[in-house]
Design a protein around this ligand. Structure first.
Ligand code: FAD
Length: 487
């Protein structure tokens, strides 16, 4: 049997392990942490459970596909529900809006609360679907570094549609044209944050993202986001994948331009192929430091990071749902702080994810588990302790104003995750959530390929390489990479 060694058990590392073991490879995964999943992990504080990282789940069939590949029924491992309300939005002036999954209901809500004609929403979501249909087959499902990607019929279709795909304007410019109400512009601009980008810079092509949430749907795993990790881990172990936890890889062994294996804690392990799931910037700084460095790719600006307060709240708030957004009054200034000044704006947009609304045992009865997150700059050595103290105060004041409550005395449990700890826990360069940002139109071409062009038998998957960050794209990176190995 041909043998593969994988560095890291993030979602893409596990998906790669499953795809390769199913193809008949012997697969071993070396993971620095004592647990699988990387960013997709969980934490427990007393009686409160929290999904530690990702909270929004789209394109669930990509997870199902891994079970099916292994000849299993996904439902025997992993179950999820479609959300009726994708997100609840709150503004300081008292406006509240429900993003219903049912498009008729959503259009009605937008018309009654904001006076925006229902037809505008429908048109915007048709445009989003158009971008997805035009670009997904080209940019998401294939390697950009293989000639046949650019010569197949899908590529031809995309070339013909190029003028309509939003490449030449920013997301904000396109949304200003699509919608008349500024609150709707803000709501749709927020999708840039789904891959850690700035809506005032990123091309309108990223208006592809609402398609996933509105036209296909937002989902929630019945046992929480962490069950994605747990169920894939279970499947992969059943299929014979071997995991080595607490085993930080020191070096990729390269001989005569070919990856031969890994050095871990002074011991050499040999294999036919090596797959790297570690953040590629840190990989080139550590396990590939003696190899040729792809400088242009390494120097690309990183996505934003996050500051999260995991709060056990000893009260119920019936007006809150699984996903809640409390918008800033000044979105341009908030993004200027994140991407230009490298600081946190005083009036940040707050995201509160509450899994206990859908999984009651995540908090004691009558209580809620608030995953309270704001987007922040990636780590450039700022004074985070100071910034966190100020941000916490501003977050609490804003929530108090909008929910007409006093949050601080309700917090009975707290842990904090910031860009420094995101990097130390998952080795993500500068604590960026999604690898490179997509703040310019060439970003898609400036991600590392799913293979090494200078070292044979070395492959890459995960949020820092093609096609990008976020669970769906990480899963696609594993697919593209394993298909490449097969070729
Ligand atoms: P990672 O999760 O980055 O894991 C890499 C693994 O490699 C880690 O386990 C690490 O320990 C291991 N490793 C690193 N170096 C070594 C070494 N030398 N030796 C051995 N092992 C090593 N995505 C969404 O789709 N929806 C969301 O709502 C969402 N929200 C997010 C919120 C937060 C706070 C964060 C942090 C991320 C969020 N994301 C979201 C992004 C998503 O989590 C990531 O894109 C995805 O999980 C990255 O997976 P990955 O396969 O690249 O590996």
């Amino acid at each position: 049997k041909r043998k593969v060694l994988i560095v890291g058990s993030g979602i893409a590392g596990m998906a790669s392990a499953i795809r390769l073991v199913v193809k008949g490879y012997q697969v071993e995964v070396f993971e620095a942490n004592s647990y699988p999943g990387g960013k997709l992990s969980e934490i427990q504080i007393g009686d409160y459970r929290f999904d530690a990282g990702p909270s929004l789940f789209t394109l669930p069939e990509q997870v199902d596909e891994l079970f099916r590949l292994a000849g299993k029924d996904p439902k025997d491992y992993f179950e999820y529900d479609k959300l009726n309300v994708a997100c609840k939005y709150f503004w300081e002036d008292g406006t509240r809006l429900n993003a219903y999954a049912d498009l008729d209901l959503f259009a009605e809500e937008v018309q009654s609360k904001l006076g925006e004609p229902a037809t505008t929403i429908r048109k915007a979501l048709r445009q989003s679907a158009f971008i997805y249909d035009s670009l997904a087959p080209l940019f998401m499902n294939r390697s950009l570094h293989k000639l046949d990607t650019w010569t197949n019929p899908h590529a031809l279709k995309s070339y013909l549609r190029m003028g309509k795909l939003g490449i030449f304007s920013t997301m904000d410019e396109a949304n200003q044209k699509q919608f008349t109400h500024p609150k709707l512009v803000q709501l749709f601009n927020r999708y840039a944050t789904y891959n850690g980008s700035n809506p005032f810079e990123t091309p309108a092509t990223l208006n592809i993202i609402p398609h996933l949430e509105f036209n296909i749907g937002a989902f929630f795993p019945k046992k929480g986001m962490h069950d994605i990790t747990q169920s894939l881990f279970k499947l992969s172990e059943e299929l014979g994948v071997t995991y080595h936890f607490g085993q930080k890889v020191d070096k990729v062994l390269v001989e005569n331009g070919k990856a031969k294996g890994l050095r871990v804690k002074g011991q050499d392990h040999y294999a036919d192929l090596v797959v790297n799931n570690m953040d590629m910037v840190n990989a080139y700084k550590t396990i590939l430091k003696d190899q040729k460095q792809p400088k242009l790719l390494l120097n690309q600006p990183k996505s934003s990071s996050a500051l999260i307060f995991y709060w056990g709240i000893k009260r119920d708030f019936p007006e809150l749902d699984l996903h809640n957004i409390f918008f800033t009054d000044n979105y341009p200034l908030e993004f200027e702080h994140i991407f230009k000044k490298g600081t946190i704006y005083d009036d940040p947009t707050i995201y509160v994810n509450i899994t206990s609304t859908h999984k009651s045992d995540d908090a004691p009865a009558g209580c809620m588990n608030w995953f309270t997150m704001i987007n922040v700059p990636n780590n450039q050595g700022q004074d985070w302790d100071q910034m966190i103290t100020e941000a916490k105060r501003n977050i609490i004041h804003k929530l108090n104003r909008i929910l007409k409550t006093d949050v601080e005395p309700l917090i009975e449990a707290e842990e904090i995750l910031d860009p420094r700890t995101i990097e130390s826990k998952t080795s993500s360069a500068q604590g960026a959530l999604y690898g490179n940002s997509s703040n310019n139109k060439f970003a898609a071409f400036l991600r590392h390929a799913n293979y090494s062009s200078s070292i044979k038998s070395l492959y890459f998957c995960g949020g820092s390489v093609h096609p990008g960050g976020g669970i769906p794209l990480c899963l696609l990176s594993a697919k593209i990479m394993s298909e490449m190995i097969e070729e």
